[in-house]
Design a protein around this ligand. Structure first.
Ligand code: ZN
Length: 69
């Protein structure tokens, strides 16, 4: 087993912490997507998404998703 083939991780745009999650439930119809950072208390619809699918390894398994021009 290598790492999990997840697409992207979310980071807080203010402090860069990955400890951020979607604020769910009650306000969901007022504010479609609000993220809450546990570290700095940021709250807002914008998060940094960092793509982590490029692993530094020679793992050639799986279809190549990047299209090289
Ligand atoms: Zn933060």
């Amino acid at each position: 087993m290598k790492r999990k083939p997840s697409g992207a991780i979310k980071l807080c745009p203010r402090c860069g912490s990955p400890d951020i999650h979607l604020s769910s439930s009650l306000d969901v119809w007022l504010t479609p997507e609000q993220y809450v950072c546990e570290k700095c208390g940021y709250k807002g619809p914008i998060v940094l998404e960092v793509d982590v699918e490029g692993e530094e390894g020679e793992d050639e398994s799986g279809p190549p998703e990047r299209s090289v021009r």
